[in-house]
Ligand binder design. Structure first.
Ligand SMILES: CC(C)(COP(=O)(O)OP(=O)(O)OC[C@H]1O[C@@H](n2cnc3c(N)ncnc32)[C@H](O)[C@@H]1OP(=O)(O)O)[C@@H](O)C(=O)NCCC(=O)NCCS
Length: 116
């Protein structure tokens, strides 16, 4: 395995069912070889195909490679969570990144059998 990526529901309440939260990890011996780019493209395509309209990622503010990767794929910085992580003896900030998928917010979701 050279890496993995996955998405889950952003929040469990029904109103958030069109928003996914994702993670992506590449094996440390495989960094910088295009694996992350391929994983993220596949994940974006899969989330769009599944009907999600927004993707959200949480990235450590010091994680320049991940911030650059997400910026390259159209994710915008949506917020900064200050001091939410403690690692290596210090508090770390987290950047929230977001991009829309498919029609995004320009059209309502398809009508389902339940009519919601
Ligand atoms: C972020 C991560 C997934 C990138 O994976 P990768 O396979 O090394 O990335 P790629 O080789 O596909 O590079 C894609 C883009 O990412 C960015 N990038 C990758 N490594 C970078 C680095 N060291 N510095 C700056 N930008 C970098 C670049 O924009 C790059 O595009 P380019 O090759 O056209 O310059 C990888 O560093 C990783 O798994 N890190 C540890 C776990 C992690 O931080 N996950 C993200 C949590 S949100």
């Amino acid at each position: 395995m050279v890496g993995y990526a996955y998405a889950v529901l952003f929040r469990k309440r029904p109103a958030y069912r069109y928003t996914a939260k994702h993670s992506i990890y590449v094996h440390h011996e495989q960094l910088g070889r295009g694996v992350g780019r391929r994983l993220l493209q596949e994940l974006i395509d899969a989330c769009a195909a599944a009907g999600f309209r927004q993707m959200i990622g949480y990235i450590d503010a010091d994680n320049a490679p991940s911030l650059a990767l997400h910026e390259k794929f159209g994710f915008a910085r949506a917020g900064l969570l200050c001091g939410v992580a403690y690692r290596h003896g210090r508090w770390s900030d987290t950047v929230m990144v977001q991009r829309s998928l498919g029609a995004g917010t320009t059209a309502p979701p398809p009508v389902t059998a339940s009519g919601r």
